[in-house]
Design a protein around this ligand. Structure first.
Ligand code: IVH
Length: 676
């Protein structure tokens, strides 16, 4: 390669890597795997070493990708948060060992092996045994202050026990267990939101939420694996970790000392398969030199410590021809490209279909029908296409064109600003959207109508028996029994289940009608706040954003929903059919005491014992009313951590009673009836 060719390739690689860095860290939605990313980074680093005259201080090889956003305060790390050098083969690992031995002038040092958790790195600071601060990696020098969110993670101790240093930092990885990830994605899909690509992205997205109550609901977890600094008496990494365990931390579970490289390789071998049984994602093994004096003498490079290395497992992947692509239309009109593959075995199952995400990804990977594509299965349930094998491409292949018209109803597709997906705007006339809405309506968490599966819904549509959810209430046993494959008993069951759904509480009906972005939690808050569908239908964007968890986007979507005649007609028909369109006494929260009877209570700041949502619920359960802004009519302010000084001042000026989180609990606990 001559210098001109190198110049072009370097520019190309820098641009691509910057783009992927942004997708990974800022958007939390990467479209290539870590392995591809590392390969590109290596290629760039090699070229830069070969052509030092093309060096650039802003090259992606010089920085740790940034996850900085503008919504959180920026904190400078006391010790820079470095990345780790990667090794992809036992040979590369042996080279690491040789380098370390040569530099130390010793035999193989003792190594500590840990699993490499695939989540979001966090630096926690404790002072006098209290969690003071939690900061993300950011660009390695400055990170985001996400303390309020991190406080909600149950496995991170807020207060330590034992003999901890007065002030210290500990680092680890925040992760989302598979079970939580699956549940979260199911909810997002039901609410018409884009699902997260994998647990790591879901963790990154969660830790950057501005609403820590929502963070609390997502049940994140955290493993700690590193204590930087010189304040501890222990002179090995292992002893420090064990000591930190005594103070209450959840230390890397599989941490294992190894005295030889053979033991290290054995650890790697064992966990390659065993990690699949773990309830969270790991993508490799981290090998650290145990002795801190050794660590110190080896030192750091600009990006990585010389005393540790990450052995990355190759993701399980296969290469197979892409036969065709289906463009599926979901209930919200979102178009999802799904690849049909020549069936092939991958990680124990036969894969026939794979997700292609959206048009941007098809363009970026330049995927064509007939291409041999690489398919990977990470933590996610649906395998994904991560690249193509250029050498097997046919000379005559043509780029895959994303449709401009809806594959089902022919309406021109739209791509709303800020959305990665295309949508069919024909919500009223597009069959898969109509059917999808009914499927959502009858789903277990909505109206819970069983006896009608996806196929039956399609049959009901094609036979003209229903055109929307309200038509379900006109179905009778004789009408159903006429349908092919519908026995009298199933017809009876289905009609009985439809009848029973008339008792389903208002909040679930509201969720079931499928207003875009209105998930279960939002539906519950809306039902509680407005009490009935008429009040909700009349609400303005300003009124709607007063409701907990309702932001501008959800509010707009609700207002828009109720401007459409078809939606109004559907709601009217459902009301006529006898569904619950208002909150009843039984739906209201149970009363625990009358400690706050008639009081309007404002909560502000962050709370350590309870999420904001649960605090609001508690206020209602004790007879109070939660209001959002401080005014002369406010009775009490519950002041959490980091409450703004302006709010405190206003409350003081207006003579409003101010109580701390603990005082609030004593107040309600002393009034609550003792439980049996
Ligand atoms: S040690 C200075 N140990 O991997 C070294 N990192 O690719 C501090 N990671 O930034 C890191 N599991 O976010 C360490 N057991 C483990 C880890 C681990 C996951 C992450 C961490 C780090 C990244 C480097």
């Amino acid at each position: 390669m001559d210098i001109n060719q190198a110049k072009t390739r370097i520019a190309e690689l820098r641009k691509t890597l910057n783009h992927h860095n942004h997708l990974y860290y800022v958007e939390a939605a990467p479209i290539i795997g870590d392995y591809e990313f590392d390969q590109l980074m290596r290629e760039l680093a090699t070229l830069e070493a070969q052509f030092p005259e093309l060096d650039d201080p802003n090259s992606p090889t010089r920085r740790v990708g940034s996850d900085r956003t503008s919504s959180f305060a920026q904190i400078r790390h006391q010790h820079p948060m470095l990345s780790l050098a990667n090794a992809y083969s036992p040979e590369e690992l042996m080279e690491f060992d040789t380098r370390a031995r040569r530099a130390l002038g010793t035999e193989t040092p003792r190594y500590i092996c840990e699993l490499k958790y695939d989540g979001v790195a966090i630096a926690l600071t404790y002072r006098h045994g209290q969690l003071m601060q939690a900061v993300t990696r950011g660009d390695g020098i400055n990170g985001d202050d996400v303390t309020a969110n991190v406080r909600t993670i149950r496995t991170i101790p807020l207060t330590l026990h034992g003999n901890y240093p007065d002030e210290f930092e500990i680092r680890g990885e925040i992760i989302m267990p598979h079970s939580v990830f699956a549940e979260l994605n199911a909810q997002r899909e039901e609410a018409g939101e884009t699902p997260f690509a994998n647990p790591r992205n879901a963790t990154a997205g969660t830790i950057k939420l501005l609403n820590s109550a929502e963070v609390a609901r997502r049940r994140l977890d955290c493993f700690l694996y590193y204590l930087p600094g010189d304040y501890l008496p222990q002179r090995t990494h292992y002893e420090r970790c064990m000591e930190a365990k005594n103070w209450g931390f959840k230390i890397s579970e599989q941490i294992t000392p190894c005295n030889t490289m053979a033991e290290v390789l054995q650890f790697i071998d064992h966990w390659e398969a065993a990690r699949r049984e773990l309830p969270y994602d790991t993508d490799g093994v981290v090998i650290k030199i145990d002795n801190l004096d050794h660590q110190q003498s080896l030192g750091l490079t600009a990006k990585t410590p010389r005393w540790a290395v990450a052995y990355k497992y190759k993701p399980e992947r296969v290469c197979t021809p892409l036969l065709s692509v289906d463009f599926q239309v979901g209930r919200t009109g979102a178009i999802t490209p799904v690849a049909n593959l020549q069936p092939i075995k991958l990680a124990g199952t036969t894969v026939k279909r794979a997700s292609l995400h959206n048009a941007d990804q098809i363009d970026l990977l330049d995927i064509r029908i007939g291409d041999w594509v690489y398919v990977e299965k990470g933590g996610e349930i649906i395998p994904k296409i991560v690249g193509i094998e250029q050498s097997k491409r046919s000379l005559f292949s043509e780029p895959l064109i994303f449709p401009t018209l809806c594959p089902s109803c022919g309406t021109p597709l739209i791509k709303p600003e800020g959305e990665a997906r295309h949508f069919c705007p024909n919500a009223e006339g597009c069959p898969p959207q109509q059917m999808g809405k009914v499927e959502h309506f009858i789903s277990r968490r909505a109206l819970n109508i069983d006896g009608l599966g996806q196929e039956t819904v399609a049959l009901l549509f094609s036979s003209g028996l229903i055109t929307n959810a309200a038509d379900l209430y006109k179905l009778t046993v004789p009408k159903l029994a006429k349908l092919e494959r519908f026995a009298a008993k199933s017809a009876h069951n289905a009609v009985a289940s439809i009848e029973a759904s008339k008792q389903i509480p208002f909040a679930r009906v509201l969720y079931g009608i499928g207003i875009r972005y209105v998930g279960e939690t939002t539906a519950r808050s809306l039902a509680e706040h407005f009490g009935c569908i008429e009040a909700l239908a009349k609400a303005s964007v300003e009124e709607l954003t007063q409701v907990p968890d309702v932001g501008e986007r959800i509010a707009q979507s609700i207002v828009q929903y109720f401007t459409h005649p078809n939606n109004i007609a559907l709601v009217e028909a459902l009301t006529q059919a006898g569904l619950q369109m208002a909150q009843t006494e039984a739906d209201k929260p149970t009363t625990l005491s009358n400690a706050l009877d008639g009081l309007s209570v404002v909560i502000s700041g962050s709370f350590s014992r309870i999420s904001r949502d649960d605090l609001k619920k508690l206020i209602a359960q004790h007879g109070g009313r939660n209001v959002s802004g401080i005014s002369a009519s406010t009775s009490m302010l519950v002041a959490g951590d980091k409450i703004g000084p302006a709010k405190l001042q206003k409350a003081t000026q207006l003579g409003i009673k101010i109580v701390s989180e603990d005082e609030f609990f004593s107040l309600i606990e002393s009034a609550a009836q003792p439980q049996e």
